[in-house]
Design a protein around this ligand. Sequence first.
Ligand code: ADP
Length: 540
Amino acid sequence: MHATMMDYPLTLAHYLERAGTLLGDREIVTRLPDRSVHRYRFGDFHRRARQLASALARAGLKRGQPVATMMWNNYPHQEAYFGVACAGGVLHTLNFRLHPGDIAYIANHAGDRFVIVDDVLLPLFEKVRPEIAAERVFVVALSGQPVPAGYESYEDLLGTGDADDDLPRPEEGDACGVCYTSGTTGRPKGVVYSHRAMVLHTMAMCMTEPFGLSQNDTIMPVVPMFHANAWGLPYGAVASGARIVLPGPHLDPVSLLDLAEAEGVTFAAGVPTIWNGILQALDAEPDRWSLAAGLRTAVGGSAASEAMIRGFDRHGVRTIHAWGMTETTPLGSAAVLKSSMEALDEDTRYDYRAKQGIAMPFVDMRLMNDSGIVPRDGETMGELQVRGPWVAAAYHESDELADKWTDDGWLRTGDVATIDAEGFMKITDRTKDLIKSGGEWISSVDLENALMGHDAVSEAAVIAVRHAKWEERPLAVVVLKEGAEADADALQGHLAGRFAKWWLPDDYVFVDEIPRTSTGKFLKSALRERFEERLVAGDG
Ligand code: ADP
């Protein structure tokens, strides 16, 4: 017997049309550079995204050709997310926090034909403009100033399109977007998403578990729209009919809390750095904001500590800890408690919630070490490998790192993890950040999370430093909360009892801030360089 179903393409165009025709009254709110607020509805968004698609096609954009954006989270960016893909093009979100040389490399490597830039980002863009081959640059004038001479206006581009045009019909295997990894080793690598991968990822993320997005939600992606598709939220919101709140360039904790309160945000997403700041603001002034009851936040990109998850619970904010990578679109796993776990004691429930969680539907996960597949005992560490319909099978035009994939077709994530009997995965490190002491692995992430559980600690990064006897030993680099005090002995005392003695850091250094990557993660390579010459002489 053969299946009798239609062969209907899974493309983003369907989500756009459905949003415009069935969910037209849903609102999209953007905080502009001058802090005023722009509002319009899915109906307007649908028309303008179609106009953009038509204008790009009329301007000669061909199937599979990339259009870059250098933009904050705002409504024209949301339009580009759909308009470019519905023109048959490929949305290339440029990470403007990268070094200009890297941005130019990425834009040229992708072959970006057009670029859309926020006017407030023009000073940055001008540093790369001479280096990049893009034919035309369109400026989005959200700051209230006219478009500067020498540039074309995004609004004029839209004016050349017609929302009623017959748009190209992408096939589900066609490319719809490309993101480059930050490339801490070697050049950045391009991950090219297909419509099919994005549609399936969108449906999976909207499910009741993990994120449960619906028309009852007001979603605020704090994660930049250039970071791994803003974790799929620009698509998830349109697919589910959720209200969208885009914070523009104002990402400090007070601005975000003000906006979340004013707009009744029920779901927000961002990296732990952002949430750490927000939690400290809430702790400092617990009565200042009245946030929506049941507010949930997706936290990922680096580990959310148990202390942070507990801290937010005290303010009635529910953290959903998720793991993913640019190569996995990005959602790979999320720590949503199984119903059988609700009866567990509180500490055990927090243990599970602080893990990176169970694999998403359609994502297979395994751990490998030198002896093969690692048992799911929650203790043995191995390299995390994944496969699935929204997992990359290659990088765009790059032969480097062919060993990123195993011979039997799994992506080697570069993360080291454990998986327990419930299937909950826990990241213990990135391969390159592991601390190898006397041949045994120490998890820097576990030590960091425990340190961040100390009342005086704002942030902690633990790195390997050389040791005469043990090869490497942990060094803790600590930022204290403003006005708080703690010395090395106090922190060591806090860790003792939680870890085997040989795991404890040999030394502590106190710094004002921890250097970060362009996506807000600890830049441990910079710390390792800074403390390279530090030979720890503890007894290990
Ligand atoms: P970059 O290389 O720029 O950091 P990605 O955003 O793709 O790019 O980073 C993916 C990596 O981020 C993962 O391989 C993992 O190391 C880390 N990561 C993502 N989410 C988590 C999480 N919840 N906990 C710990 N690490 C995480």
